[in-house]
Ligand binder design. Structure first.
Ligand SMILES: Cc1cc2nc3c(=O)[nH]c(=O)nc-3n(C[C@H](O)[C@H](O)[C@H](O)COP(=O)(O)OP(=O)(O)OC[C@H]3O[C@@H](n4cnc5c(N)ncnc54)[C@H](O)[C@@H]3O)c2cc1C
Ligand code: FES
Length: 363
């Protein structure tokens, strides 16, 4: 995957285990590093003598902040996070792949944004909230942010600044608060959401964003769906790269597009054409081989990481042809995304003998 060298202009220690790194993007890379709120970049390095690539959400706001910013929490024993939090200093150079992801999809009408963050999950969500407010529309935001302790609250000033807006409510929820904590206690879980539910009623359509540990997002999503929230209005970003078996819920594979007259239900070997950064790559898939795997085998320089549907690096628009995709492991994409032909190349298998996918056109 193509990376570019960016210099760390500023480093801010947010909490004991979390730092923000700021990068100023040179003018000639401005287009390459253009981004939407909530997108992520991949940092590539070899902190322990082995090349690795990890995704970090941009906690900065496009068009408002003059820099790119990532906010990284140290995971004990984690190769990249330990390196970025403990060893990277201002002036250091990092190899960074351009922004990817489709967490935030803009809408025209005013919405009630219900934003549920836990820990480092605040990174993309504070950026989305700030972006919505910068838009100056009639949106309402309810921002619920869970942490263990008050010292662990990340980007607190920015989160609290949201609440100076009349249509924004911010609630910090701590599971291990100090005695003098006057905010909410407990977790942002179904019991907590149930207690708030009536106060969340609003004539504006609801748009939910979730980011945090897997169990937190799953429980919140189940609660919301039970209360009638459309799954398409709940968007989430998973930071966990390890696939949880229960996510592969055995649901039937889906055909995309589901109304295409051409193609077959059966696996076919196909010619896949991929557009990335304006370049075209071609590869031949074996029958039922994921598109991404064929592209990588042929040496195509395409964005990818987990190869199992969790990181969203390989998100593409299906421009031609038909594919089957395994929905059980999808974290980021919603049914409406698939309807629009937005799929993940690592989970998609051709059902026409020619498939064209576009890594650039994902909105
Ligand atoms: C789309 C996306 C956006 C992300 N954005 C951010 C962000 O804004 N800020 C941020 O701090 N991280 C973010 N992450 C997580 C990040 O990419 C890394 O997974 C994380 O920093 C751990 O990498 P590592 O190399 O330090 O750990 P590794 O060496 O890969 O793993 C070490 C151990 O930690 C476990 N582990 C890995 N990731 C996690 C996790 N997230 N939580 C708990 N245990 C874990 C592994 O199973 C392993 O046992 C994001 C991930 C994705 C997919
Ligand atoms: S490579 Fe991670 S979702 Fe496809």
């Amino acid at each position: 995957m193509a990376t570019y060298t960016l210099r760390v202009d500023k480093r801010v220690q947010e909490t004991d285990d979390t730092v923000s790194l700021y990068f100023r993007v040179p003018g000639d890379l401005a287009t390459t590093f253009g981004y939407r709120p909530g997108q992520f970049v991949a940092v590539e390095d070899d902190p322990a003598g082995e090349d690795i690539s990890r995704q970090y959400s941009l906690s900065s706001v496009p068009g408002t902040d003059p820099w790119l910013r990532i906010t990284v929490k140290r995971i004990d024993g984690g190769a990249m996070s330990t390196y970025l939090v403990d060893r990277v200093s201002e002036g250091d150079l990092l190899e960074i792949a351009p922004p990817r992801g489709r967490l935030y999809v803009p809408t025209d009408e005013p919405r009630h944004y219900l934003i549920l963050a836990a820990g480092s999950g605040v990174a993309p969500l504070v950026a989305i909230a700030r972006h919505v407010l910068d838009g100056g529309g009639d949106d309402r935001i309810t921002f619920l942010y869970g942490n263990r302790t008050e010292d662990g609250i990340i980007l607190r000033e920015e989160v609290d600044a949201l609440a100076t807006h009349p249509r924004v409510q911010v609630r910090h929820v701590l599971s291990r608060p100090g005695e003098d904590w006057i905010g909410d206690r407990g977790r942002v879980d179904p019991a907590y959401l149930k207690g708030l539910w009536e106060s969340l009623a609003d004539p504006r359509p609801l748009s939910v964003f979730l980011c945090g540990p897997e169990e937190f997002m799953t429980a919140a999503e189940e609660f919301l769906v039970e209360r009638g929230v459309d799954i398409n209005d709940i968007r989430k970003e998973s930071f966990d790269l390890v696939l949880n078996d229960s996510d592969d819920d055995g649901a039937d594979d889906l055909l995309v597009p589901d109304d295409a007259a051409d193609g077959t239900e059966e696996p076919v070997a196909a010619r896949v054409i991929a557009v990335v950064g304006g370049e075209e790559y071609e590869a031949e898939t074996e029958a039922d081989e994921p598109l991404l795997s064929a592209l990588l085998r042929s040496g195509a320089d395409v964005p990818f990481s987990c190869q199992e549907g969790t990181c969203a690096s390989c998100i593409v628009k299906l421009a031609e042809g038909k594919v089957r995709i395994r929905p059980g492991v999808l974290q980021t994409l919603r049914p409406d995304d698939l309807q629009e032909g937005v799929v993940l190349a690592c989970l998609s298998r051709a059902r026409t003998d020619r498939v064209r996918i576009d890594f650039d056109d994902i909105f």
